[in-house]
Design a protein around this ligand. Structure first.
Ligand SMILES: Nc1ncnc2c1ncn2[C@@H]1O[C@H](COP(=O)(O)OP(=O)(O)O)[C@@H](O)[C@H]1O
Ligand SMILES: [Mg+2]
Length: 298
């Protein structure tokens, strides 16, 4: 009799925990982190991919949206040859789940292709259907990382303006820094609501990176009133070039290299800043992200 009561009590307790977990999961939106830069070739794609992998490695559910229409894309670094991309989803030929690729560490990848630009030209009804389809992914991932192209195009700025977090990549070169300032200024003019984070890539020493970031952060605060935080630095490392040539993410091919350690630090910091495991994440979710993105593109 006593045993039975105890068993019932345990069953009720486990049911309660399960319902609570489901509720938390159901309420949790996917947070959108956009990786961008002013100048091209500063390491956005490598950072976006390896950061996504480092976050996935730590047990988070991550999807990487490849929205860079340039040449060196995520699929190339991963040695994948996607047959379909967002273009096919937007044309109604494929559902979003049918185009998702599976990478290392459970990372999922959405090849963008020329898809997103098409969104802006869709008639209202078709647009709503696509947003409903994309919105189905909301809550299925903790974070969506977006790799964008460089520069101040309307398309890149639309992603930046709609994101929860904006990661601006720069190198210590003055031209890269001025262009980084340019994109932050453009984002601020558009009233981007995301938190702005700086990553300094290709540094010789961490001190160099911190000094470079401090310069950018103080100029941004003084002239734009934009608050920025340094997310971290990545050293100049041959491992990056070798990994790209072998079509592998450096985190996979050179897991113990300095640059891989740098990426893991950045992943940890980004996760902590976005609330970590404890505090419910303040994100507006993928439906609202794609709705805003489309209205900005138009
Ligand atoms: N930390 C680094 N150390 C050495 N080389 C790097 C580093 N980051 C980037 N590179 C080099 O720069 C190239 C361009 O990087 P990529 O991520 O494609 O830039 P983006 O996406 O900004 O155009 C890489 O193929 C690599 O050769
Ligand atoms: Mg790129």
């Amino acid at each position: 009799m006593k045993d039975q009561a105890e068993r019932l009590r345990l069953m009720a307790k486990s049911l309660k925990t399960r319902i609570e977990n489901d509720l938390v999961r159901g309420m949790k939106h996917t947070r959108v982190v956009v990786v961008t830069s002013g100048k091209g070739g500063v390491g956005k794609t490598n950072l976006a991919l390896n950061l996504a992998l480092a976050l996935a490695e730590s047990g988070l559910r991550i999807v990487l949206l490849d929205a860079d229409m340039g040449l060196a894309n995520v699929d190339i670094i991963l040695g994948l040859a996607p047959k379909y991309n967002l273009y096919h989803v937007i044309r109604g030929e494929k559902g979003i789940k049918e185009i998702i690729l599976h990478g290392p560490c459970g990372l999922e990848i959405i090849p963008g292709g020329s898809g997103i630009q098409e969104l802006a030209n869709l008639p209202e009804e078709a647009l709503q259907a696509v947003i409903r389809d994309l919105g189905r992914l909301d809550g299925e991932y903790d974070l969506m990382i977006i790799d964008t192209g460089a520069g101040i195009s309307n398309s890149v700025l639309s992603y930046v303006t709609a994101a929860d977090d904006i990661v601006v990549v720069t190198t210590p070169e003055p031209t890269s820094l001025t262009d980084a300032y340019g994109i932050i200024k453009a984002a601020s003019n558009r009233q981007a609501r995301g938190a702005v984070y700086i990553v300094v890539n290709r540094v010789e020493t961490e001190t160099e990176g911190i000094l470079v970031a401090q310069k950018l952060i103080s100029v941004g605060e003084r002239f734009l009133g934009v608050e920025m935080k340094l997310l971290g630095c990545l050293v100049e490392d041959r491992a990056v070039e070798v990994a790209v040539k072998n079509q592998q993410p450096f985190l996979v091919s050179h897991p113990n290299s300095q640059v891989s350690r740098n990426v893991r630090d950045i992943a940890r910091k980004l996760h902590d800043k976005s609330g970590g495991d404890k505090v419910p994440v303040k994100a507006s979710g993928l439906r609202s992200f794609f709705r805003n993105l489309t209205s900005f593109l138009r």
